[in-house]
Design a protein around this ligand. Structure first.
Ligand code: TXA
Ligand code: MG
Length: 342
């Protein structure tokens, strides 16, 4: 088994040297930690799929340190691309472009004529890419089927012995993966909601952005291939709880012989009668903190304090709430507490 080193954010040159050697190094971003490898080294890219246990037809994001680095692989950003890059790079926005034929290996693109590009906010990571001199592939650094990692410790848990190192720059900021926008088709479309919201995108572009995933799934428009795989499945069954349903949900929980977890806002925890068999995870003050903590909470009840059920708070599906609910619904297999007991 290989030893997985933890690099401090001052040791970025060592992390870059490993990338140049074709090794795998996990890296911080403002969304979640990614699993990095030289995107121009096919062998290294193939080992990313192995380390994650990821199906090899699910393409990888190409992570760059500047728009110029992305431009080497793209015929033309187009006016939409240019505007979005101006307003949101670096940041939690991934853009899918048609690429110059053959400019990236099919190990990266899964054989598509498009590729997804992202320039993260994290300066240490951009420095690592600059020093390596090549773009890096950057899927989330979790084992396939686990929540994306938001700390170096989460990465270590999943990847110890499988990768050369982890560049540690503390917990990530947003907590869920980037928004993906498809610009390889006529009208821009959101393939995955994330830190950049629908409203922000429409403000910048001045046109309607498709966000209904059914429309996005229409014949000629490729969905993010990753969407067909099961994601973020904790061992426990997750049930989504609407604000007003907490009293009823806790009554239900009290009658369970099994262990139940409650992931809720601080104010909900303070104002609730919490039964003895219920353990809690504090999601903080608001939607922003809840999004930041969601994956950590799910991992906590997988690894540190196993339970049979997780009751988790819901938000309106707008703004950042669209991203939060998208991830929570996947974790819950779409199960709402109310629908289950009614
Ligand atoms: O925030 C993020 O985006 C994180 C950090 C580490 O940068 N990365 C991330 O990567 O979430 P990953 O691989 O876990 O998710 C990327 C998604 C997958 O669902 C994949 O199918 C989709 O992007 N994707 C990649 N290339 C694509 C393409 N050419 N067209 C459509 N979807 C694509
Ligand atoms: Mg992922």
């Amino acid at each position: 088994m290989m030893i997985t080193k933890i690099y401090a954010n001052t040791e970025v040159d060592q992390a870059a040297a490993e990338i140049k050697l074709g090794e795998l190094v996990a890296f911080p971003t403002e969304t979640v930690y990614g699993l990095g490898a030289d995107a121009t080294n096919e062998q290294a890219v193939k080992r990313v799929y192995l380390a994650k246990g990821r199906p090899s037809d699910n393409p990888l994001i190409v992570t760059v340190s500047s728009p110029e680095m992305a431009a080497e692989y793209i015929e033309d950003f187009g006016s939409y691309g240019q505007k979005l890059i101006n307003d949101f790079w670096p940041g939690p926005l991934t853009l899918v472009f048609k690429i110059k034929p053959g400019s990236l290996s099919s190990a990266v693109t899964g054989g598509l004529e498009t590729a997804a590009f992202r320039m993260p906010e994290n300066e240490v990571t951009r420095k690592m890419i600059e020093l390596a001199g090549v773009p890096i592939v950057g899927p989330s650094a979790n084992s396939s089927g686990k929540p994306s990692p938001t700390t170096a410790q989460h990465v270590f848990h999943d990847m110890e012995g499988k990768i050369a190192g982890i560049l540690d720059d503390g917990p990530t900021k947003v907590g869920v993966e980037s928004t993906i926008v498809d610009l390889s088709i006529d009208s821009p479309a959101i393939l995955r909601p994330g830190g950049v919201t629908l409203n922000e995108l429409e403000d910048t572009l001045g046109v309607k952005v498709l966000s209904d995933q059914h429309k996005v799934g229409a014949k000629e428009t490729p969905k993010a291939p990753g969407m067909k795989y099961k994601h973020y499945a904790p061992a426990a069954q997750v049930l989504i709880v609407a604000d007003k349903d907490w009293p009823q949900a806790l009554e239900w929980a009290a009658n369970q012989k099994e262990k139940v977890a409650m992931m809720a806002l601080s104010t909900t925890l303070e104002n609730s009668q919490i039964p003895g068999n219920v353990v809690t995870y504090d999601m903080g003050a608001d939607l922003t903190s809840a999004t930041h903590r969601l994956f950590d909470g799910l991992r906590h009840f997988d690894n540190d304090e196993p339970v049979n059920w997780i009751l988790a708070c819901s938000f309106k599906e707008e703004g950042l709430g669209a991203a939060y609910m998208n991830r929570l619904k996947k974790a819950a297999g779409d199960q709402f507490f109310k629908a289950k007991i009614d």
